[in-house]
Design a binder for this molecule. Structure first.
Ligand SMILES: Cc1ncc(COP(=O)(O)O)c(C=O)c1O
Length: 448
């Protein structure tokens, strides 16, 4: 199968190059002034050797400069979970920018309080602040947690991802913490700032928290950045208990797991975090991040005599909470990523998952498909891995490259990292079925 894979990948690369001359030319021209030929390093990760260049995108469809149209299940790696340019968001952005005017003024708008109220309704945490990215939301809440507890360390799960947050790039090798390979210019070895345990390993988490050194646990409710790794029954109950017993704060990062429903896994699974972070999707494509605080945490901040929370204490950003981001977030939450929209997105995920499973079954492949609300992912393992390290071990870059490119050549985009697909309110049955057919075709070529 491996030799066949190599030759199929070469065929797909040839087909891709032949069909995308304008993208290739645009990429070559861009190399003069864009490092690596792209404005942001992840955009170089597409399997064809160069990225397709965007002409336009509406709803769940993307058109490239060569005139190809794609059913987009990548959705900007969740940034476009609301669909591309949703009309309600576009109208609100246009109104704020053009009619009312004032994109960023260092003054609050009524939209900000509306969005905070809506996030409070969805996630159950009463107090909110805004950033431009989920990364910043995570950075800021880590500072709060260290400040409030007087403890220096944070705890994360191996192979987590929470944005470019220094403290989080730690994994386990043979049970020992080590910095992730290739870390660029780390100020300190992150094993000094961070304890790390496997997802679903409650005993290891309890042992770390028992040291009394951990300010907070920063976690996705299910890992989504090393394939999807779901929690086992009782895991989150145990984590919550251990945090409460040891005075450790619990931060739940819902940036991706918002796919589980309008209030993410926090609402869907009844989690009780002290802080929640999110970003990407809630602005309908316009940059915005957010963090929510429980009453107890908000009260502790208000009563803290030491921390400078209003000036240069390490939290904030000139454009954070700007009027444009919050106009976009209000419209997106009010009219696009609504409770009803999630119900339909989850139905589409079920259709997607059934299509993938049918191909796996047809060929008796030792693969599986894992779902989390509107999101699903296929894995090259017979059963879903239960830890980040186990999940990392079943990754297969060459096979992923082949599938990503074969899908792209058949008019479907999925996330260029692992095999993640996401449904938006604009996704149709036809988009899902296009993936089902393309996946069936790509896999048939591989196993025949
Ligand atoms: C769970 C999670 N949190 C935070 C982030 C950071 O988001 P951003 O890069 O938009 O800051 C990501 C990005 O992939 C993520 O997956």
């Amino acid at each position: 199968m491996r030799i066949r894979l190599e030759s199929l990948l070469a065929d797909e690369r040839e087909r891709f190059a032949a069909a995308h001359p304008r993208s290739r030319a645009a990429h070559e021209a861009a190399r003069h002034h864009l490092l690596g030929g792209v404005p942001m390093p992840w955009m170089a990760k597409w399997a064809g050797g160069f990225p397709v260049y965007l002409a336009g995108a509406h709803g769940a469809r993307v058109v490239d400069v060569d005139g190809h149209e794609y059913a987009d299940l990548c959705l900007g790696d969740t940034g476009a979970m609301a669909g591309h340019s949703p009309p309600a968001t576009v109208a609100a952005v246009r109104d704020r920018l053009q009619e009312a005017g004032g994109a960023t003024v260092m003054l609050p708008t009524e939209d900000a309080a509306w969005v905070a109220g809506e996030l409070a309704r969805r996630f159950g945490l009463p107090q909110w602040q805004f950033t431009l990215t989920a990364t910043d939301a995570n950075r800021f809440v880590l500072r709060f947690c260290r400040q409030l507890t007087g403890r220096r360390k944070v705890l994360v799960f191996a192979w987590c991802y929470h944005g470019s947050v220094d403290e989080t790039f730690v994994v386990l090798e043979d049970g020992r913490p080590r910095a992730r390979e290739g870390l660029v210019g780390a100020a300190v070895d992150p094993t000094e700032t961070t304890a790390v345990v496997e997802f679903n390993d409650l005993a290891a988490l309890e042992a770390e928290l028992a040291t009394g050194e951990i300010a907070c646990v920063l976690a996705e409710p299910a890992l989504t950045n090393i394939g999807i790794v779901l929690p086992e029954p009782g895991f989150w109950h145990g984590v919550r208990d251990a945090c409460t017993r040891t005075g450790t704060l619990l931060i739940i990062d819902e940036t991706h797991t918002l796919s589980a429903g309008p209030g993410g896994c926090t609402a869907a699974w009844g989690l009780e975090p002290d802080l929640v972070t999110l970003g990407k999707a809630i602005g309908g494509g316009i940059p915005v991040g957010a963090y929510g605080l429980s009453t107890a945490v908000a009260d502790r901040i208000a009563a803290d005599p030491e921390g400078d929370y209003e000036d240069v204490g390490g939290v904030g950003g000139t454009l954070a909470g700007n009027a444009l981001s919050l106009a976009a977030a209000r419209a997106t939450l009010a009219d696009v990523l609504t409770d009803a929209a999630f119900a339909r997105m989850i139905e589409l995920q079920e259709r997607f998952t059934a299509g993938v499973q049918a191909t796996i079954d047809r060929h008796g492949l030792p693969w599986c498909v894992v779902a989390l609300g509107a999101r699903a992912e296929y894995r090259f393992a017979p059963a879903p891995p239960r830890t980040g390290s186990a999940s990392e071990a079943v990754g297969d870059t060459e096979l992923e490259d082949y599938l990503h490119l074969a899908l792209l050549n058949r008019g479907v985009l999925i996330t260029p990292f692992h095999n993640m697909a996401l449904m938006s309110p604009a996704t149709s049955e036809a988009d899902v079925d296009r993936h089902t057919a393309a996946f069936a075709d790509a896999v048939a070529a591989l196993v025949t």
